[in-house]
Ligand binder design. Structure first.
Ligand SMILES: O=C(O)c1ccccc1NCC(=O)[C@H](O)[C@H](O)COP(=O)(O)O
Length: 389
């Protein structure tokens, strides 16, 4: 950190203290690429400060920072909690500080323990993304995108595969490891696996890009794209900031994942618009009825993933897909002509038939096929027949 201390605030906003010549911290507001309109509207003090650098009166310095932090944090949590989101975007008392010096505000790590693995991933991603954004600002990504090759039609490919075969289109996942299962495949060559999946009949591929928890990378995504694999590619990331969508686009993604357990409706709406602008599909993932109802209320979503894995507890139950597609929800999905993807825990032809019967037109499968010595043959095992024909 070297004398630079971040404070927790609303998405896309962070306060920092920087050492000043007279050894007192000065505060300024740093904006990221997130849509700040909402926060500006509801939070006049931010609106006023965004005009430039602010220098609070010395005696009010600490108090005003605490108040701002509290106000923004409350607003962010209230919005998320009102939508049933349990995942907090950042540790409640700011990132853990190990820096000891004149500008440190907290020595304690109190309250900074994530409640579950998904929250831990999100907190780590928040730090990771802010570091990546420093190195590759949005403007530089936009310039690369101007000359990027066109994206491939992820949703169209799934629809066509389903129509052609009468089976769910397969999104085969290139995944080396996961928090729940550990290392899935020691001898992991992402391009070789991607080629085997394509040869075995996969319609699309899902490529894990998270390094810390899944041992994936954006290099894997890029390598698969550049290896001549034709299947459209899903960038399987924990997206918390619109910057990541631009980054995925330049690394060869045709689709990205948006997790409703992590993102409030406003973020999903905003990110869907960015995806459309960049020619990307968005797979919006839900796990329970409340998330499904939220997502069904958002315009412009074509692809819904039902994750059978609870990302907070790791519990996997494929009847979750059936539960979420019953009754009015299923009717609305059919009316809107949405494609539903059944995700996680699919191992056998019976599992695939079960979720197809429930109403999915695509499945996303990792573990059961990536663990096979020939992942392509793993696909025939999963479907009970050769689907490459
Ligand atoms: O798989 C995990 O352990 C996990 C933990 C925390 C967040 C996400 C996680 N997995 C993402 C997925 O849902 C799966 O990679 C995907 O649906 C494929 O599942 P599977 O076929 O069971 O490997």
């Amino acid at each position: 950190m070297d004398g630079l201390v971040s404070m927790r605030t609303a998405p896309g906003i962070s306060f920092q203290s920087i050492p000043s010549p007279n050894k007192r911290p000065k505060f300024f507001l740093r904006r990221s690429s997130m849509d700040l309109q909402h926060w500006r509207f509801h939070f006049p003090s931010i609106r006023a400060q965004q005009s430039g650098t602010i220098f609070p009166r010395k005696e009010d310095e600490e108090d005003s920072l605490k108040v701002k932090e509290w106000e923004v944090g409350m607003l962010q949590n209230e919005v998320a909690a009102s939508q049933g989101i349990r995942i907090r975007r950042r540790p409640p008392s700011g990132p853990p500080l190990h820096y000891v010096g004149p500008f440190e505000f907290r020595l304690q790590n109190e309250g900074n323990t994530p409640r579950n693995i998904l929250e831990e991933i999100v907190w780590h991603k928040d730090v990771e993304v802010s570091q990546m954004k420093e190195k590759k600002p949005l403007l530089s990504l936009k310039k690369v995108i101007e000359n990027a090759p066109p994206t491939r039609d992820f949703v169209g490919a799934l629809k066509a595969a389903h129509l052609r075969t009468g089976l769910p289109g397969l999104i085969a996942e290139v995944k080396k490891a996961s928090p729940s299962r550990g290392i899935l495949r020691e001898n992991f060559d992402p391009v070789e696996i991607a080629r085997a999946y394509e040869k075995g009949g996969a319609t699309c591929l899902s490529v894990l890009t998270d390094e810390k928890y899944f041992k994936g990378s954006f290099e894997n995504l890029e390598a698969i794209r550049n290896a001549g694999v034709k299947c459209p590619l899903l960038c399987k990331e924990f997206v918390i900031d619109a910057w990541q969508i631009y980054y995925a686009r330049i690394k060869g993604a045709d689709a990205i994942l948006l997790i409703a357990a992590v993102l409030p409706d406003l973020d999903i709406r905003y990110m869907i618009k960015i995806c459309k602008m960049l020619g990307l599909a968005a797979l919006v993932e839900v796990h329970d009825e409340r998330e499904m109802d939220r997502v069904l209320g958002i315009e412009g979503i074509e692809l819904i993933g039902i994750n059978n894995r609870n990302l907070e507890t790791f519990e996997v139950d494929i009847s979750n897909t059936k539960k979420l597609l019953e009754g009015e929800r299923g009717q609305m999905i059919r009316k809107k002509d949405m494609i539903v993807v059944g995700e996680s825990g699919l191992f056998t032809p019976d599992d695939v038939a079960y979720v197809q019967e429930a109403g999915v037109k695509a499945v996303l499968v990792g573990e059961s096929i990536v663990k096979q010595s020939d992942p392509g043959k793993g696909i025939s095992g999963l479907f009970g027949k050769d689907i490459s024909l």
